[in-house]
Design a protein around this ligand. Structure first.
Ligand code: ATP
Ligand code: ATP
Ligand code: MG
Ligand code: MG
Lengths: 258, 258
């Protein structure tokens, strides 16, 4: 089971869109995918027409468990209307976790242990994170084997990325296994010099940590969200869908280190 | 001195862009404007080429004051390169405030008291908020007389708005004076049915709480941010700039209640 987290402390950079779009392509290949919504605002949960304000079973329930059994964890999953795609939804109650748990020990591995209990039920798990460092992001970073960091190709986003990379360094010190991370340039608008210059600055600073292509601006994402479908299941040929297909191919077939 | 807060718990909806764009138009009319950055990620501070990781004087300093004098508060202000526009910058240290202050009493009015001390130094104060409910947003909502709520014209954003309106109701119960609030539809893309439908749903649900026009998608915003200029000072005729001009006119000349 491969576990990818999609995280960035910056808001509105395409985390949820990336998680959903990649999931759409994976299920089209016949793979079993679990999407995990770690955001108290539940955008991914709402995307699939569930209501985070009214989720009796969710990620929040997992934080109440003493035992992480396949049964107890599976009971928190819901079916999306899409074949092969399940969701571990968010609930608004998640917003209280940081304050509840404070510096309580041992709550950093809740998601990791839950996913271990689901081990051969899924081929891929994609974790959508909230734009904030806290117990939920810590859980996501502890549970995943690969981290995708979507970054808007615009001036201010690069500053936010430095901050994210510092956070990452700090958090991954406590991991036993190394964490592979890939920066994904999003919302690239080739018509603007600002996009081109940010992309160049991004590649200059982070070299081969950056995916060698981009996710372009594509107005179809909004329509896909309105229809509650991953973009590739709404419209195969749109450039946003094709870009995520390319990204998936890079992730499934990483180049050998030269 | 008019004090406007720009807030929404949702990330990436155009809060910072709205604050900076409106400020640009106000200074062009010869008015003295103060921009206040309440976001620990400091996008507005970075916009004007300051570094929130290295701001010895900022909003954070105000939380350490016992006395809010004109001198102590003014010492936290910086000049932007733009005539008539000053900034009360953010600092990364702000991120620790919620945990530091916890449920400590009396820190909800720090910004309000600070602005009182600046009373005739500015004509307009625009407060850019972070996308999170906490002590900083509480301060912004207590200090302002008008609240602008930018909302993306897309399916998921409407759900976030309901949540914002609940938060608002809760927080404004404790205010002595009423709070005027205006919903501003942003990033409107007339080519997509998703935009049109969200706009219609927004107007249907919130009626005349919604500004009667929209801020359209405009790729020039990214270029303006790259140049560190409010959009109107970079390019007058671009439609994003003109839309914020219209918004400003509505705010300066509210229709009589019919
Ligand atoms: N490549 C793209 N082109 C055009 N619009 C996009 C693109 N990617 C995402 N969007 C739109 O941008 C908005 C924000 O995207 P998304 O919700 O994925 O960001 P996020 O990082 O998950 O936000 P948050 O920090 O609030 O969780 C959504 O309206 C989405 O439809
Ligand atoms: N009308 C618009 N058209 C095109 N791009 C826009 C528009 N408004 C804002 N943007 C861009 O969208 C991104 C997010 O905008 P902005 O930073 O203002 O949102 P925000 O709500 O302040 O985000 P945060 O929640 O992180 O504080 C920026 O790259 C900005 O340049
Ligand atoms: Mg999201
Ligand atoms: Mg902002």
């Amino acid at each position: 089971m491969k576990i990818w987290a999609i995280a960035n402390q910056k808001g509105g950079v395409g985390k949820t869109t990336s998680a959903v779009s990649l999931a759409g392509h994976l299920v089209s290949q016949g793979l079993r995918v679990l999407l995990v919504d770690m955001d108290p605002q539940g955008s991914m949960t709402s995307y699939f027409r569930f209501d985070p304000d009214d989720m009796p079973k969710s990620i929040y329930s997992l934080f109440q468990l003493d035992d992480f059994t396949t049964q107890s964890v599976s009971s928190a999953l819901v079916d999306t209307k899409i074949e092969g795609l399940k969701l571990l939804p968010a609930s608004t109650a998640l917003a209280t976790l940081d304050r509840q748990l404070g510096t309580k020990e041992g709550k950093g591995l809740v998601l990791k242990k839950s996913l271990v209990a689901l081990d051969d039920h899924f081929d891929y798990v994609l974790i959508d994170c909230l734009p904030m460092l806290g117990i939920l992001m810590v859980n996501a970073l502890a549970a995943c084997d690969t981290l995708l960091i979507p970054v808007q190709t615009e001036f201010l986003a690069l500053k936010g990325l430095d901050r994210m990379m510092n956070t990452l360094e700090m958090i991954t010190k406590s991991r036993k296994s190394p964490l592979k991370s890939i920066i994904v340039p999003t919302m690239f608008d080739r018509r603007t010099r600002a996009s081109l210059e940010s992309l160049r600055a991004l590649r200059e600073k982070y070299g081969d940590k950056v995916w060698d292509s981009v996710i372009p601006v594509d107005t179809k994402f909004r329509e896909a969200s309105r229809q509650g479908l991953p973009i590739s299941l709404m419209s195969q040929s749109t450039r946003g869908s094709q870009a995520y297909q390319l990204l998936l191919e890079s992730l499934l077939n990483p180049k050998r280190e030269s």
